[in-house]
Design a protein. Structure first.
Length: 138
């Protein structure tokens, strides 16, 4: 009976602990281009680290996490193969910093439409987020 109670409480905790993707948006380029950028906030209210190891979307051929940094006075972008978010912390995806690169949309996107991005987690799970398409500067 004690083992059943422990299993139930772990399951209940797992259900209460749900990472979130909020304020998601995709910036449309000013002209037709094969790549877009995505931004938002990924929250981890859990007691264990959240480790993102990849991303995908049914709306794009390829999705990846990138980070822009100033190195020797030059802005450089690099792929981020793994994003670790500490317990009770968050990661902000924003212009000029950590962001999504969304390559080759499968169909034309319109301002106000929404796309789904799925983040692959190191533990085998998936975190889904919805991103609103916005005009540049919008």
């Amino acid at each position: 009976m004690a083992l059943a109670a422990i299993a139930f409480s772990v399951t209940a905790c797992a259900r209460e602990c749900a990472p979130t993707v909020t304020d998601g948006w995709v910036r449309m380029p000013p002209m037709s281009m094969p790549m877009l950028a995505g931004f938002g906030r990924i929250g981890n209210p859990c007691t264990a680290p959240l480790v993102i190891v990849g991303a995908s979307s049914p709306s794009f051929a390829e999705v990846s996490l990138h980070e822009t940094r100033i190195v020797d006075g030059v802005s450089r972008m690099r792929a981020v193969p793994e994003l670790r978010i500490a317990p009770d912390d968050s990661a902000t995806l924003k212009p000029g910093g950590l962001h999504l690169m969304l390559m080759q949309p499968h169909a034309p996107l319109k301002p106000g439409s929404r796309v789904v991005v799925e983040f692959a987690l190191k533990d085998g799970g998936v975190l889904r987020g919805e991103f609103e398409v916005r005009k540049p500067g919008g």
